[in-house]
Design a protein around this ligand. Sequence first.
Ligand code: TYM
Length: 340
Amino acid sequence: MNQETIQTATTRKKRVFSGIQPTGVFTLGNYVGAVRNWPRLQDEYDCIYSVVDQHAITVRQDPAALRRQTRETAALLLASGIDPKKSIVFVQSHVPAHAQLSWVLGCFCPFGDLTRMHQFKEKSAKHPEDINGGLLTYPILMAADILLYQTDLVPIGIDQKQHLELARNIAQRFNGVYSPTFTMPDGYIPQVGAKVMSLQEPEKKMSKSDSNENAVVRMLDTPDAILRKFKRAVTDSEGCVRAAQDKPGITNLMSIYGVMTGKSFADIEHEFDGRGYGEFKQAVAEAVIETLRPIQEEYARLLADKAYLDSVLTEGAVRADALARRTLSKVYKKVGFLQL
Ligand code: TYM
């Protein structure tokens, strides 16, 4: 063995973990902010990607729909370029260690840290009839997801940054009380597109659960629907394609276009200098349609092969489970659970 082979045989690649909820077809926001980066990390890192169904039930779900959407979300992740030969892809509820570690970590998380989470405040305002314990303790489960795998890097959109910080705080507290147990995870948040905004209310995040379909572009939208949604996107009356704080609609479209084409804001301003919003919106829609086309085709192919999808998820669960158990067993020993 030469020096280089010895090196690769002995050093573990850094680890990536991320998750997405199976609460319907995911949006262009999910893709641009997070999922788009997942396949890009698979050569350099050991990547683990999860469809987090346990997180989804913090809001009431129809059981049959949740089951279907879980498989569909997995198919859409694979269609987006995640290769199950390189990365582990699995469903959260298939690996019991997530819920098990979550309980322990909950005992290392001050109540006040949970009540100040932006997402808890937003979701409890949106669902006042069902402010359940899961909604409050959700970030602890997310911390368990991340810490179980000794994760180095977490590719997410900006809305999950506060949850990641909570995971780091929990890890630090646990490591301090016992001895180093958890790797400290860092966020991997894109420079552009970390928060894709609603097409109808560009001060608000584009959200899967928005009741106004015109506000959201979904990964499986037809080209006609995509074009229509971008044409109706709320902008401003200036008529000039330039990024500015007081032009959230146009700035959002420029971010989307920039991510789709690799062009900078300066390039885009130059390209559309003297041209109207109509032409710009058409160009943004076309760039999105062309990016989504191969993903949609691959998705249709994958979804027709349920046996293959299920075999990927089965193998993913077995591999994730083996890794997760190692951390859980360390944690159980440290806190003093009797091992027989
Ligand atoms: P979820 O399912 O809401 O979203 C999945 C990913 O998409 C990102 N995202 C966005 N990025 C840019 N613009 C938007 N409009 C937008 N909307 C969503 C999110 O930041 C996220 O990265 N709690 C997580 C799932 C999760 C998780 C984890 C993530 C559970 N455990 C462990 C990382 C690590 C969530 O609800 O994501």
